[in-house]
Ligand binder design. Structure first.
Ligand code: TPP
Ligand code: MG
Length: 452
């Protein structure tokens, strides 16, 4: 969990130098100048002919990187020239509360995995603003295809802590996948959250397809968009390019949100791309693009809201790159201090803490106080503690459910065969062999659907 500390104004050397996540190895050529004399165009394109032998590798003019949009400084105050997005107290507090809730939930579930009580977990430490700021700017029925580190946006929609626990413990009340998925692979028809799939980037072209389905549906066209979250690491997959190409050539309301958190497990983003981050790729596909300070919740909110508006009004893809930093280990299968200095992480937590930046903003407006903070944290800790104890006591789903609802429609022949075979084995060993008896006891109904 983050420790709240007063953070200095943005004169800190750590924040004033270009963050490691957006560093380039050198910009060699700037965008070409437009020819001053009219030499015409090629017959097949409107590209003006030039006599200059000029190579380029930048999407900005001058040897500059794409700028990063920011509203709040490191101390939570609006920066010079920034327009604070229209946000009322109720929404601001809802966003803040979810930002505070997320690391409490993460800490509990991370520790439960360390104790061997769940098999896996993945935290969002440090990315609370990127996830909640963007999630808050969407309509509750926009279709979301997330990567795996965005559960904060799902909670924001109304998924409960109990829902999270039932999924992570794989209980019979798991509404995401009826106990079939690894922990942290949430899904919800009710909240328009497509089930997380582990293979990276598969959700990106799928999102372009969902955008296309929305475009074809007269009830949703002009009303909703498909939203896809992915890491900068996932953006190295071919699927990223397939998804952007699809959404730009067959225009669809698809909103691409890259979480550039500096790492893909142990691979730093400096080894992930040579160009100017993920944002530089948007113009290549003719897609409206913005880069935003991912630790500034108001900037992420404003950028996503405007991105969504363009997406829906123009029916075209938009790309948002949120610059943030993964403060936690990649997952419970990782020890990040094997590949990055502990001090770097401690410095980031202390100097650019997204929760603290927003809290200072709220306090300055008189919308939040120390006492309210203490009560909120206490309440969340109690809620999360009670929810995991409830889930831990619940049985796993009935054994026969292992085979149902894997696919829509009729059960395919191979699953029917496997189900029959399991039934034979349970009837043979289920009552007599202790390891099978013990295993069956963990399931609701104890396998009786096969025994009777
Ligand atoms: C196709 C594929 N390759 C590799 C992996 C293993 N893997 C899981 S997460 C991950 C890193 C992804 O990094 P990024 O997209 O930046 O997201 P982040 O974890 O930083 O949020 C990798 C390599 C995978 N799940 N799928
Ligand atoms: Mg990453």
């Amino acid at each position: 969990m983050f420790r709240p500390v007063r953070i200095p104004r943005l004169s800190s050397p750590l924040l004033s130098r270009a963050p490691r996540t957006s560093q380039r190895r050198g910009v060699a050529g700037t965008t070409p100048e437009q020819p001053t004399n009219a030499l015409g165009t090629l017959p097949t394109s409107s590209s003006p002919i030039t006599s200059k032998l000029h190579f380029f590798n930048s999407v900005t003019s001058g040897e500059k990187q794409i700028p990063t949009y920011r509203v709040l400084d490191g101390a939570g105050q609006p920066i010079e020239g920034a327009e604070v997005p229209e946000i009322d107290k109720a929404l601001a507090l809802k966003m803040y509360k979810h930002m505070v809730q997320l690391p409490i939930l993460d800490e509990t579930l991370y520790n439960l995995q360390r104790q061997g009580r769940i098999s896996f977990y993945i935290t969002s430490y440090g990315e609370e603003a990127a996830v909640i700021g963007s999630g808050a700017a969407l309509a509750p029925d926009d279709e979301v295809l997330a990567q795996y580190r965005e559960q904060g946006a799902l909670l924001f929609r109304g998924f409960t802590v109990d829902d999270i626990m039932n999924q992570c413990f794989g209980t019979y009340l798991d509404s995401s996948g009826m106990g079939k998925q690894m922990p942290a692979h949430y899904g919800s028809k009710e909240f328009h959250w497509h089930t997380i799939s582990s293979p990276l980037a598969t959700q990106i072209p799928q999102a372009a397809g969902v955008g296309y389905a929305i475009k074809r549906d007269p009830n949703r066209r002009g009303k909703n968009c498909a939203v896809v979250y992915f890491g900068e690491g996932a953006a190295s997959e071919g699927d990223f390019h397939a998804g952007l190409a699809l959404a730009s050539t067959i225009p669809t309301p698809t909103l691409f949100i890259a979480r550039n958190n500096g790492f893909a497990i142990s691979t730093p983003s400096s080894e992930q791309y040579y160009g100017d981050g993920i944002a530089s790729r948007g113009p290549g596909y003719g897609v409206h693009t913005i880069r935003v300070d991912g630790n500034d919740v108001l900037a992420v909110y404003a950028a996503t809201k405007e991105a969504r508006r363009r997406c829906i009004e123009e029916g075209r893809a938009v790309l948002v790159e949120t610059m943030t930093y993964r403060v936690g280990h990649h997952s419970t299968s990782d020890d990040s201090f094997a590949y990055r200095p502990r001090k770097e992480v401690e410095d980031r937590k202390r100097l650019d803490n997204p929760i603290m930046r927003f809290r200072l903003f709220l306090e300055a407006r008189g919308w939040w106080s120390k006492d309210e903070e203490a009560a909120l944290v206490k309440g969340f800790k109690e809620e999360v503690g009670a929810a995991y104890k409830r889930a831990e006591r619940l049985p796993k789903p009935p054994v026969a459910e292992m085979f149902s609802e894997v696919y829509g429609g009729e059960m395919p022949w191979n699953l029917r065969e496997q189900k029959e075979e399991l039934g034979r084995l349970i009837r043979k060993y289920g009552r007599t062999w202790e390891p099978w008896r013990a295993e069956l006891k963990k399931h609701k109904g104890e396998g009786k659907e096969f025994l009777d």
